[in-house]
Design a protein around this ligand. Structure first.
Ligand SMILES: [Zn+2]
Length: 392
């Protein structure tokens, strides 16, 4: 009996331009995707892309034609954006297995937030290499998914927020270098995309838009923060729901995109904005995130979709697997086959109590949608966002 699927029309949809005609979507992964990093007691020491790859494999959604393997970016590539002294400090510290106190102080790694662990340099450099490759493939007129990317807090000369380098910056730069006259960056992670905004603060060819939870680390990205005119920030209240995301897209993000007319888009789709994430209090369903990504990547031919944060391995694996399903035009099954359920049943996470693991997280990909009222603070954000369009 064939698996029952959600008819695509049942997902909430709004009017939008016809999507660009594209070559088939591609999935970029590396050998690091099957390995855990970050030691043992860190929010990122959970199965992430490895679980996505296993789920996709059990669903028959990844074959040799749709997967590409990324390699580490070289020092010459990394120093196009990052400070050579920082790149060398991370490389040398990884090789030595220790961090000098002055290096820890200067470059922000070797602490609990951004620990030194074996292979950290190559792992971080591979995320950059994957995003450069994703951008090159996207320039062929594709949507390319690179879930190991999305390290949006990395700075030119220091690690920040679990991010050592900043791979979204490299994706955007590669798209510009490859001929895209304007690149739109949309950050849907629960935390402000501060590193990307800062990297392009003077770049008229890039618009950065970040939707993130207000009052949360890194405590930047206020509604009136437009950088030097090219950034937009939408700090949303706790409990942010599907209806509110659709509202902000319709009222702010998509009009901005249409006014800017990007020739390429980059999206960071952290899953920490989903209900059930232990490090944030947003309340989106994965269906709402898929829809948002779908609508943003519909604004240009070349599109790179990156991962990002996400600290609940069940909601993360289901979201990114389903996102790849949507991007590669698969039907989302109502119930996962037994072999796929086994992957979800085998996950563990110290930050999520056993009694909080919902039954649906073990048997399905798509969440039940989480609509709700559009609150006055969200309406107010949209009003301010619209006013900013006028002066941009
Ligand atoms: Zn985050």
């Amino acid at each position: 009996m064939p698996a029952r699927c959600f008819p695509r029309d049942e997902f909430p949809r709004c009017s939008k331009p016809a999507p660009p005609v594209r070559a088939p979507a591609l999935f970029v992964a590396s050998e690091f995707c099957g390995r855990r990093g970050f030691g043992t007691h860190h929010p990122l020491a959970i199965p992430r892309v490895s679980a996505v790859l296993e789920l996709c494999d059990r669903l028959g959604w990844l074959d040799g034609d749709s997967r590409r393997t990324s390699r580490a970016a070289g020092v010459d590539d990394l120093t196009v954006f990052h400070d050579p002294a920082y790149v060398e400090a991370l490389r040398a510290s990884d090789a030595a297995g220790r961090v000098e106190p002055r290096v820890r102080e200067r470059h922000g790694f070797g602490n609990f937030e951004n620990p030194l662990f074996p292979g950290v340099f190559e792992r971080a450099a591979t995320a950059v290499g994957g995003s450069i490759l994703a951008a090159e493939l996207a320039l062929e007129g594709r949507v390319v998914f690179h879930p190991a990317g999305g390290t949006h807090h990395g700075r030119r000369d220091r690690a920040s927020g679990f991010c050592y380098f900043n791979d979204p910056v490299f994706a955007i730069r590669r798209l510009l270098d490859g001929g895209a006259a304007r690149v739109l960056y949309v950050d849907l992670d629960a935390h402000h995309g501060d590193g990307v905004q800062e990297a392009f603060i003077d770049e008229a060819r890039v618009r950065t838009v970040s939707i993130h939870e207000q009052g949360r680390w890194p405590h930047t990205g206020a509604a009136d923060d437009t950088g030097r005119g090219y950034a937009r920030n939408l700090p949303v209240p706790a409990g942010f729901n599907d209806s509110e995301l659709a509202f902000l897209l319709e009222e702010v993000v998509l009009p901005l995109a249409d006014g800017f007319a990007p020739e390429a888009v980059v999206v960071t789709c952290g899953t920490d904005a989903l209900a059930g994430d232990p490090l944030s209090d947003m309340a989106l369903s994965n269906v709402a995130l898929w829809e948002a990504v779908d609508r943003v990547v519909g604004r240009a031919g070349p599109a790179v979709v990156l991962g990002g944060g996400g600290y609940n391995p069940w909601t993360l694996a289901r979201c990114w697997t389903g996102l790849w399903g949507r991007l590669s035009c698969r039907e989302i099954p109502m119930e996962l086959p037994a072999a796929a359920q086994l992957i979800l049943r085998g996950l563990e996470c110290d930050l999520v109590d056993d009694e909080d693991v919902e039954a649906a997280w073990l048997t399905t990909l798509a969440d039940v949608p989480r609509p709700g009222a559009v609150r006055a603070e969200v309406e107010s954000l949209a009003s301010r966002g619209r006013a900013l369009h006028v002066v941009a």
